[in-house]
Each structure stands twice: as structure tokens, then as C-alpha cells.
Design a protein around this ligand. Structure first.
Ligand SMILES: NC(=O)c1ccc[n+]([C@@H]2O[C@H](COP(=O)([O-])OP(=O)(O)OC[C@H]3O[C@@H](n4cnc5c(N)ncnc54)[C@H](O)[C@@H]3O)[C@@H](O)[C@H]2O)c1
Length: 416
């Protein structure tokens, strides 16, 4: 089949490579000029796709990067993986998805299958996306074109093969469901059909919010256990020996990335639209959002014990990405912590082996990690536990270390 994949980010690029590797011809549409140029040069900007894969699929002409849909010939399938962030008042912001859909509406022909991969709220495909498309294109969903929703389950940086992860699929009607089952059946080992787009949309939010709530639970516990002289990490590891009914989650400096902190508000929006108010979701968001400030309070207390004030102290923040093993700093707690420290008068330096000095946001002083930087800091704050950080140097050269991830197992290191 001929496929156009709109958006070549954390979701769209690995998915596009999987589709191309399955023998389809894939036009990879990317509007960001830097990303587009990178794809043309077969230079991957994601940990989950190698340059070699890009070279292979580009070389055999199954993966074709383009900067706009106007460059794409008629195709059978459109796959949309554009961002779905929040508005300032934490409501779903589908404007980027709408713009991508409008571009598809200009070129789609009868018989096309349109697949939404972006995370959206339950009901969005049926009540928002399909009607918008019908208005813009004059084509009727379920009659002229087919609409499917298939949530992405990628976990960037995790060593798993995309095609091995069971793929949820749903359609606006029976023919749409059949179309997506058939298409993704050629790409994924296991396709899991569900009865409606609403079920698939809700399932995605359930999966991510499950994780978010459990992290909030241990985050809340961590505030108490640090005062009770109990190691919550030891408790979690002891509980993990139970072979059933328990799954470990770990506390940390807050929850970042494009998905978890947004998805909880997408679910909240859906419940609210149905007339329900979730105290639990609200409380979880408050707890997770409070963690950067809690980290700073712990740091200030540790400095005070050493006769130092936070104001004027030099703090070296280790790790800027929102989690280890990726170069993605979206909603990263490290950025929230660093910004707050700066506003409190600390002299903040940040370092991240995945982002390097060049890709750290301009608001912060980025440095390479050296013994000298560690020695020059009043405190070293380990926020993101990248494997590539030179922990030996950190341990040997730092006066005060606060470890937010349980990475450093040494008596002199303070644990969150
Ligand atoms: N990142 C994840 O781990 C993850 C996992 C599951 C689901 N999701 C969901 O997938 C969606 C995409 O997330 P992402 O992390 O891949 O975002 P991303 O920002 O990494 O990638 C989106 C890409 O789309 C491009 N784009 C935007 N509008 C376009 C247009 N009109 N034409 C062509 N390209 C366009 C952007 O330039 C960007 O490169 C979101 O809804 C997100 O919630 C993300």
C-alpha cells in the first residue's frame, strides 16, 4: 500500500519505519525543517530509530521524507501522529491535529483510510475529528473514507520492538475497523480490535493514567518516609518479591514527558464532560506537580545543615531530560527545578549527556560534567539517572549529593 505518515516524532518516526519495513511505500511528512533535513540525510534524532534503518528504508525507496502533503502522490492510508498538548488552562489542545487533518482533507480521495495515532479524549474521533474532516473535504466518513483510531504504545528508550507490542485498533464503523485490522495486520504481530473508537481512546488514557496515579502514590509516601527514617526504595523492592497483586512504581522529582502529565488532564476532561468530578485525578496531579518544590525544600534543608543558604549557592543539576535514556526535555521536572532554583537566587548549572551543551534550553547554563564542576558546586542534584553519567567522578568530587532516583548507593549520598 501507499501510506502518508504525518508527523515524524517519537511516535510517527518509529511507526513509519515499521510500516516501510513491512513492504509498504511510506511518505514521511514532517514540517519541522531541522527534522525534515535530518531525515533526508538519514540522520535519526531518536533513540528508537537508527541511521542504518533510515538508510535501508530510504535506499530501497520505501521510506520517502517530504516536507508537505503537496509532494505526496495519491495514497491509500494517512496516519496522523501530531502532538496533542494542553492549553494554558489544562484543556485538550487539538489545534495541531486539526491543522494536519485539514491538510489531509485537501488531498484525500474516496476509499482512503485515515488513522489517528495521537492521544485524544474519548469521543474525539467521532464527535470532533470525523465531522471536521467531512466539513472540510465534502467526503462522508464511513461511506467515502474510513476513520480509525489506534493509540500508540511506544515507550521511547525502552528496548522493545514496536511490532511486537500488541496494537489496539478501532474504527468509526465496521468497514473502518476491517480496513485498519487488515492494514496493521501487515505491520504488527498482534492486532487487538475493540468495539469502538471510544473504547480505544479511553484505553490509552487508562494505561497512562494508571502509571501516573501509582507514581503519585509513591511520591506522596516518599515525603513521609523520608521523615520516618524508612527507605521507601527498600520497601518497594521488598514488596516486589510478591509474585502477584503488586507492581513496582518509583518515586522521583516529578512526572515529565509529553504523555503522562497531559493524559491525566485528557481523562479529567472526558470525565468532566460526562458530569463526573474525579478527586483522585486532581489529587494525583497536585502531588506529582508538587515534587519539584519538595526536592528544592530537601536541598535547602541539606544545605542549611552545612551552614549554607540556597540563595547564592552553586547547584549542579545532573540530567535535564524527563527520564533516563532519552534526549526529550518536554515537561521535564529538571527544568522546573532549575527554573525555581534560579528564581530563588541559586547559581544553577545543568548537564545532560543526552542533550549535550547545545540542546539544553537557553535559559540555563549548560556545562560538561567534570570533577571541577562537581567540586565547584555546593550541591549536586541528581534528577535524571542516565546510565551515561560518570557517577564515579560525581561521587569522588562532590561535597553534597541529593539523589532523586535512587541511583547512587553510597552512605554519604542523600536520598529523596
Ligand atoms: N512520545 C511518546 O512517548 C508518545 C507515546 C504514545 C502516544 N503519544 C502521542 O502521540 C502524539 C505525538 O507525540 P510525539 O511525542 O510523537 O510528538 P513529537 O512532537 O515528537 O512529534 C510530532 C511531529 O509532528 C510534526 N508535525 C506537526 N504538525 C505537522 C503537520 N501538519 N505536518 C507534518 N508534520 C507535523 C512536528 O513537527 C513533530 O516533529 C501525541 O498525541 C502524543 O500524546 C506520544
Amino acid at each position: 500500500m501507499r501510506v502518508a505518515a504525518i508527523g515524524q516524532g517519537y511516535v510517527g518516526l518509529p511507526l513509519s519505519i515499521a510500516i516501510a519495513s513491512s513492504g509498504h511505500t511510506l511518505y514521511a511528512v514532517e514540517i519541522d525543517p531541522a527534522r525534515y533535513e535530518s531525515l533526508r540525510a538519514c540522520r535519526s534524532y531518536l533513540v528508537d530509530v537508527t541511521d542504518e534503518e533510515l538508510r535501508r528504508e530510504t535506499g530501497n525507496k520505501r521510506y520517502v521524507p517530504v516536507s508537505g502533503l503537496a509532494e505526496v502522490p495519491e495514497v491509500d492510508v494517512y496516519v496522523i501522529s501530531t502532538p496533542t498538548p494542553l492549553t494554558d488552562d489544562k484543556q485538550p489542545d487539538l489545534s495541531t491535529l486539526d491543522r494536519a487533518l485539514a491538510q489531509v482533507a485537501e488531498v484525500a480521495r474516496p476509499g482512503a483510510l485515515i488513522v489517528i495515532e495521537s492521544t485524544i479524549y474519548p469521543g474525539a474521533t467521532r464527535r470532533h475529528i470525523a465531522p471536521l474532516f467531512e466539513r472540510l473535504s465534502g467526503l462522508k466518513a464511513g461511506v467515502d473514507v474510513f476513520f480509525a483510531y489506534s493509540p500508540d504504545r511506544v515507550d521511547p528508550g525502552r528496548d522493545s520492538v514496536l511490532c511486537d507490542v500488541p496494537k489496539l485498533v478501532s474504527g468509526l464503523d465496521d468497514r473502518s475497523l476491517e480496513a485498519i485490522r487488515t492494514f496493521y495486520g501487515t505491520v504488527f504481530k498482534e492486532v487487538v480490535p475493540v468495539s469502538s473508537c471510544e473504547v480505544a481512546e479511553f484505553t490509552k488514557l487508562l494505561e497512562n493514567t494508571f502509571r501516573y496515579l501509582n507514581i503519585a502514590f509513591v511520591n506522596e509516601l516518599s515525603k513521609a518516609t523520608s521523615e520516618m527514617n524508612i527507605s521507601l526504595r527498600e520497601v518497594i523492592s521488598a514488596a516486589s518479591t510478591k509474585p502477584f497483586g503488586y507492581m513496582p512504581f518509583h518515586h522521583g522529582p516529578g512526572v515529565g514527558g509529553h504523555c503522562l502529565p497531559n493524559n491525566v488532564h485528557y481523562l479529567n476532561h472526558a470525565l468532566h464532560s460526562a458530569g463526573h468530578k474525579s478527586e483522585l485525578l486532581h489529587a494525583a496531579a497536585e502531588i506529582n506537580d508538587s515534587m519539584p518544590r519538595h526536592v528544592i525544600q530537601r536541598l535547602a534543608a541539606s544545605l542549611e545543615q552545612r551552614g549554607r543558604a540556597l540563595q547564592g549557592a552553586t547547584v549542579l543539576v545532573l540530567g535535564v531530560a524527563f527520564k533516563s535514556g532519552v534526549a526529550d526535555a518536554r515537561n521535564s521536572p529538571a527544568l522546573a527545578i532549575a527554573a525555581e532554583l534560579v528564581s530563588m537566587g541559586a547559581d544553577v548549572k545543568v548537564t545532560d549527556p543526552w542533550l549535550g551543551v547545545d540542546r539544553v534550553p537557553d535559559a540555563f547554563t549548560a556545562v560538561d560534567l567534570t570533577a571541577q564542576e562537581c567540586r565547584g558546586a555546593d550541591a549536586v542534584l541528581l534528577v535524571t539517572d542516565h546510565e551515561e553519567i560518570d557517577y564515579e567522578t560525581v561521587l569522588a568530587s562532590s561535597d553534597l549529593i541529593l539523589d532523586c532516583r535512587g541511583m547512587l548507593n553510597a552512605a554519604e549520598v542523600e536520598q529523596l
